[in-house]
Design a protein around this ligand. Sequence first.
Ligand SMILES: *[C@@H]1O[C@H](CO)[C@@H](O)[C@H](O)[C@H]1NC(C)=O
Ligand SMILES: *[C@@H]1O[C@H](CO)[C@@H](O)[C@H](O)[C@H]1NC(C)=O
Ligand SMILES: *[C@@H]1O[C@H](CO)[C@@H](O)[C@H](O)[C@H]1NC(C)=O
Ligand SMILES: *[C@@H]1O[C@H](CO)[C@@H](O)[C@H](O)[C@H]1NC(C)=O
Ligand SMILES: *[C@@H]1O[C@H](CO)[C@@H](O)[C@H](O)[C@H]1NC(C)=O
Length: 469
Amino acid sequence: MYVMLRKTKESVLGLLRRPCSGKHLVALIGAAALLIWLVFLVAGDYPTLRYRSEPNVLYLEEVPDDDENGTRGIDGLDKPELKINPKTKLDVDADRENNDADYNWRNLTPAEISRLSVLGRRMFLNENIGAKQDRIFTIHIWNHKKFSGELDERFFKTGSSKKFDPFEDCSVNNCKVTSPDGDIMAADIVLFHMHLIPGPPVNVPRAPGQLWAWLADESPYHVMMVSSDRNLSHFNGFFNWSMTYRMDSSVPTPYGRTVALPKEKYVEAIEDFYKLKTKNVSLMGSNCGGSNGRYKYLAELQKYIEIDVYGGCGPLKCEGHFYTNCDKLDDYKFYLAFENSNCDDYVTEKVWWNALNKSAVPVVMGAPKHNYQKLLPPNSFIHVDDFKGPEHLAQHLQYLLDHPAEYQKYHFWRRRYRVLNEHGFFQSPVYHMCRLCEALNYNDKTDQRADLEHFFDSSEHCYAVKKRD
Ligand SMILES: *[C@@H]1O[C@H](CO)[C@@H](O)[C@H](O)[C@H]1NC(C)=O
Ligand SMILES: *[C@@H]1O[C@H](CO)[C@@H](O)[C@H](O)[C@H]1NC(C)=O
Ligand SMILES: *[C@@H]1O[C@H](CO)[C@@H](O)[C@H](O)[C@H]1NC(C)=O
Ligand SMILES: *[C@@H]1O[C@H](CO)[C@@H](O)[C@H](O)[C@H]1NC(C)=O
Ligand SMILES: *[C@@H]1O[C@H](CO)[C@@H](O)[C@H](O)[C@H]1NC(C)=O
């Protein structure tokens, strides 16, 4: 939009100087159209959103029509107001000017959009908002020394022996992660890994103004595995940011992401994936349990269709689970991406890496279908809830195995979208440190979703197993 305005200004000036050029006549018509459009935009029936502030709370609300104080600042935060209209892009770069249809292709509701952080809007609405700050931020991972093995493999190595620079492929790189012995008091932000925290962080020293963030990559059922106190409310009042796979986290760290391609990157012809894939259905798992009865479902499914099961739960092996890529999965047409929990936005590397990145069609079990539709490319997956039971799912898979053209339809999205892996499992790329650094640059500093209570309560964000007959 900026570019368009600038061009229009130049053209109008040019027209004043040389009034008879045909090129400029076109520009003048363009300028008039833009003016009409702007008037329409102002007068149009668009809800206007603004940030509302309460002590330590910052969220978007609709501005009432009769509010004459439309440009109020954010109390106590000394920041200019950020006005965001959900139906328009704030800052569109020239390439994406013609791609309006792709904005919010996920169909996020205004309420869902209002829950996104600035970083979330960048990641899930492709908005170019927030600005890089002219300073260095220090990130301290709390108690990193104690569980450095686990975190290093994920965040700094991804399956190789050499550490890589986590900011190499990041929109910002003005952050440093302090060493395990680093001075926690000097940090701008301290990151607490909820999987490994022994309890509420009551005796942790805290510098004034220091931000604390909690991180969970697992679902609410599998958080605080070593804590003697798992009462979420006891963790209230410590944290400023949440950092999870959920889109509405202050610092979203999803396992993967779908991005709409800009028009000039559209792919005209895709490969014949039916031909390319020589095997049928696979699944890999290390943990044979799961609150959603996935292995019971699998056992039933296997009565009707042959499935190659890798890992601890089946006869086939792929060594180096979680840290080494399993290329044996590359040959399959379908991958059963059965999550261990049915929770909002909990879509893991099973879908993003083992299925979509390997060009297998994911058969998903987990969150409800409408939730997957906001995350995965259109028509890219098969959801078990669409079938009365394993037998009917098997029939559908068999139908697709016998009808190449129908199978291929599940790959059509590849002409318009791309999936990114961002989690670090199986040697895939990882963006956790990058996202934290981006959040430090772009986000507002406080967040109503910083406490785990409600935000990370399984009774509010997970679903009982769907009754199937
Ligand atoms: C506008 O601001 C003034 C001064 O702060 C305040 O008295 C008034 O209530 C505000 N009006 C609205 C509609 O918020
Ligand atoms: C969690 O702790 C709060 C406050 O101490 C208490 O009221 C609540 O009953 C506890 N919840 C559970 C499930 O124990
Ligand atoms: C961060 O959270 C702590 C604990 O709730 C709070 O005291 C502090 O003011 C918050 N910092 C910012 C910048 O909001
Ligand atoms: C799979 O992931 C790798 C590493 O990020 C990437 O280079 C490749 O393009 C991806 N392939 C697909 C089909 O998404
Ligand atoms: C895979 O599917 C094809 C097409 O239905 C079938 O001919 C083949 O036998 C199947 N392979 C296995 C191992 O079940």
